[in-house]
Design a protein around this ligand. Structure first.
Ligand code: FAD
Length: 414
């Protein structure tokens, strides 16, 4: 091994890669994070907008009390905000009376309860099968599916959703979830702007081909988003068709956030929410005054997000303006202006927001996470059985893959 070669190359510096590399370093293993972007964090990304830190990727510490990022962010001196999320409160909004908001929430939970009752030995089904036929809130439930899975109910495995573990407590990091995750990678050895093109695992050592040359390593931890693994059959040499297939069962859904400035914000309650049109699946969710700030976080999911990405920020803004004017009147158009947006489906190093499992493919998560030959390991949110699609799920799979790699290296007498 040349002095510069790592023992373990960690492909990708998002929540999973940072978690893995930190664990390896703590164990005294020489690790190198190989990252295509010029920053750490991946789908965790805090930017400045209107003078505030805003999260274009993950924003909520889901299952907050047991979420390892809660402790990490607090230890970094960041502020944990415990205001319950708008979706946990069934309050009135412009086109929904309080009673309707409650009826909708009950219908959504009833769908989940019906899907959760699917037994492990019964055949999997699409989540759409569990909708109440002709149900009044079916279109809005599909819209919400776009927010939490990034895809319509017809594409989602009920078994996978049933396995998702959510303790229902959601907090936020005032200074940004993405900032906390990226900061946890401080001090790691990282090759930035270094896209991996191929992982050759046929030789005595593994060889990682990148846009900046080759890196040899004893073990590799792959944390690439599942959509990227699925899209590139040539990523592994020799090919690993079972991995490519497993990743294809776990596509990334589409979700994007647009932040708008809001003049006269005091007229709205902090952290309140409105759906653009509760009768449509192609509608956005608007969180007014997140953290009490004078802005709106617009959330677009599923097919609507894909369609708007084709038109860039102008298309997102025009759509949001149209819906907000419909809710609050034509004068409202003068009170808003775009601040920040990121299109995750068009991002070449993500190709989507977070993974869902296609019907019949929930077990692909375990197949994707399975190590190959005791030296090629896998992590990333899509590998998590119960915490998939989240930043804490990504982190926990990174720790697990690092433990596997440490164990394997020790087995080789290192
Ligand atoms: C809009 C949106 C909202 C979200 N909201 C929440 C939320 O509220 N709560 C929550 O918990 N989660 C949320 N998530 C999901 C969460 O951000 C992700 O699940 C998590 O960050 C994924 O981490 P990861 O390490 O698995 O993948 P990534 O963060 O994608 O890390 C993979 C890394 O690999 C890099 N990479 C890609 N290709 C290459 C290559 N060829 N060579 C080298 N490196 C490469 C990428 O740049 C990236 O840094 C949200 C995501 C989005 C997009």
């Amino acid at each position: 091994m040349s002095n510069s070669d790592p023992e373990v190359a960690v492909i990708g510096g998002g929540a999973a890669g940072i978690g893995a590399a930190r664990r390896l370093s703590e164990a005294g293993v020489k690790a190198l994070v190989v990252e295509a972007r010029t920053r750490l964090g991946g789908r965790a990304w805090t930017v400045e907008a209107g003078g505030y830190p805003v999260d274009l990727g993950c924003g909520w510490l889901h299952s907050a009390p047991r979420n390892p990022w809660t402790k990490i962010a607090a230890a970094q001196g960041r502020t944990i905000d415990r205001t319950p999320p708008p979706w946990a409160r069934a309050t009135a909004q412009p086109r929904m009376a309080a009673a309707e908001a409650k009826e909708f929430r009950d219908a959504l939970w009833a769908l989940h309860d019906r899907a959760d009752a699917l037994l492990e030995d019964e055949p999997d089904r699409p989540l759409a099968d569990f909708l109440e036929p002709g149900g009044r809130w079916n279109a809005l439930i599909d819209a919400v599916s776009g927010y939490y899975s990034g895809a319509a109910l017809a594409r989602i495995s009920a078994r996978d959703l049933g396995r998702y573990a959510d303790d229902g407590v959601n907090w936020r990091v005032v200074e940004g979830y993405g900032a906390a995750i990226a900061a946890h990678g401080a001090g790691l050895d990282v090759a930035f702007d270094c896209a991996v093109t191929r992982i050759d695992h046929g030789g005595r050592r593994l060889r990682v081909a990148t846009t900046r040359g080759a890196i040899d390593a004893d073990a590799v931890i792959v944390t690439l988003p599942s959509a990227l693994i699925a899209a590139d059959e040539g990523l592994f040499a020799p090919a690993l068709p079972d991995k490519t297939r497993a990743a294809a069962g776990l596509p990334l859904g589409s979700d994007d956030k647009l932040f708008l400035s809001l003049a006269g914000a005091e007229a709205f309650a902090p952290d309140s929410r409105a759906f653009g049109d509760p009768r449509r699946a192609a509608t956005a969710a608007y969180q007014l005054r997140p953290f009490g700030r004078p802005m709106i976080e617009c959330y677009f999911g599923g097919a609507l997000a894909v369609e708007l990405e084709a038109g860039g920020e102008a298309a997102f803004f025009a759509f949001a303006r149209g819906e907000l004017v419909g809710l609050y009147g034509s004068d409202f158009a003068r009170r808003i202006a775009p601040l920040a947006l990121h299109g995750w489906s068009g991002d070449p190093f993500a190709r989507g927001a977070y993974s869902y499992a296609l019907p019949g493919r929930a077990d692909d998560r375990a197949a994707l996470a399975e190590p190959v030959d005791g030296r090629l390991f896998f992590a990333g949110e899509a590998c998590s059985r119960e915490d998939y699609s989240t930043a804490h799920g990504a982190y926990l799979t990174g720790i697990a893959a690092a433990e596997q790699a440490i164990e394997a290296l020790r087995g080789q007498g290192r």
